[in-house]
Design a protein around this ligand. Structure first.
Ligand SMILES: NC(=O)c1ccc[n+]([C@@H]2O[C@H](COP(=O)([O-])OP(=O)(O)OC[C@H]3O[C@@H](n4cnc5c(N)ncnc54)[C@H](O)[C@@H]3O)[C@@H](O)[C@H]2O)c1
Length: 264
């Protein structure tokens, strides 16, 4: 299948770590021009170097997706270097595994800022160019928590439900300009080692790291019909497909890549 990404300008937010890193490297293998929009510039640079080794043009733009001015500046820089944004992957996300009743207002606000405002800012910033050029694809990372209301993922799940609903709403609004929005919901997806994540990855939080032992992985796997925990590379195929011309008649859809954990 020809995904036709050679020379296309692709922005992946939060692609210094884990799933985003794997997505950026998968686009690099397709010879896309990759922008790593990361708050952790050092970690982003490591991934940019890996992407260049794969033969792609790659750059890191230090970006805090929660800051509108940062996001606007990032999009301007991408347009200057690569001419446009063809594909945006809204990948940044954050949570800490805990009950709603255990979390503080500050943590809820952090979750809303990163998971929802980050997606709103980046989506809004690329749409002017996509509408003017009459084409573009936006793939956002949701979560099964946003589809089923997962235990211990309250406000995070609410934000991911927001990502899904907003993607559908904007998909209806901008479809006439050839712009498509879709959502991918990964299952539990852990980095293989600490080299694959930066200091701001959610996998640095003690509560989340507790899931990473062999014993916990085996317990989680039992909840998945395919009986294993995902690797970051499990998620990339769905993202690249939905971002590609091969999915040119698909918009407003949500696809779980979670080993059958949810089937809705
Ligand atoms: N890993 C999972 O099990 C899982 C499951 C379901 C959904 N998801 C979703 O998939 C996406 C990726 O998850 P992950 O596990 O790879 O995340 P991660 O925490 O490992 O990586 C996130 C990256 O985003 C960067 N970042 C954090 N805040 C930022 C900001 N304000 N601006 C720019 N960059 C910022 C971090 O430096 C980090 O490199 C998220 O949206 C997450 O909610 C993940």
């Amino acid at each position: 299948m020809n995904l036709n990404f050679e020379g296309k300008s692709v922005v992946v937010t939060g692609s210094g770590s884990n799933i985003g890193r794997a997505i950026a490297l998968a686009f690099a293998r397709e010879r896309a021009n990759v922008t790593i929009a990361e708050i952790d510039e050092g970690q982003g640079k490591k991934v940019a170097a890996e992407a260049e080794q794969l033969g792609a043009k790659a750059q890191v733009v230090r970006t805090d997706v929660t800051r509108w001015s940062d996001v606007q500046a990032m999009v301007r820089l991408v347009e200057e270097r690569f001419g446009r944004v063809d594909v945006l992957v809204n990948n940044v996300g954050w949570t800490r595994d805990a009950l709603f009743m255990e979390k503080t207002r500050d943590e809820w606000e952090k979750e809303v800022q990163i998971n929802l405002w980050g997606m709103i800012n980046c989506t809004r910033a690329v749409l002017d160019g996509m509408i003017a050029r009459k084409g573009g694809a936006i793939v956002s990372m949701g979560s099964d928590a946003g589809r089923i209301g997962e235990f211990r993922e309250g406000v995070y799940g609410a934000c991911k439900a927001g990502v899904i609903a907003l993607s559908k709403s904007i998909a209806r609004e901008v479809g006439k300009f050839g712009v498509r929005l879709n959502v991918v919901c990964p299952g539990m997806t852990m980095p293989a080692n600490d080299e694959e994540i930066g200091g701001l990855s959610m996998w640095q939080a003690q509560e989340n790291r507790a899931w990473m032992t062999e014993e916990m992985r085996a317990r989680i796997a039992k909840a998945y019909p395919l009986r294993r925990v995902a690797r970051p590379d499990d998620v990339t195929g769905a993202v690249l497909f939905l971002a590609s011309d091969q999915a040119g008649f698909i918009t407003g859809q949500t696809l779980s890549v979670s080993g059958g954990y949810t089937m809705i």
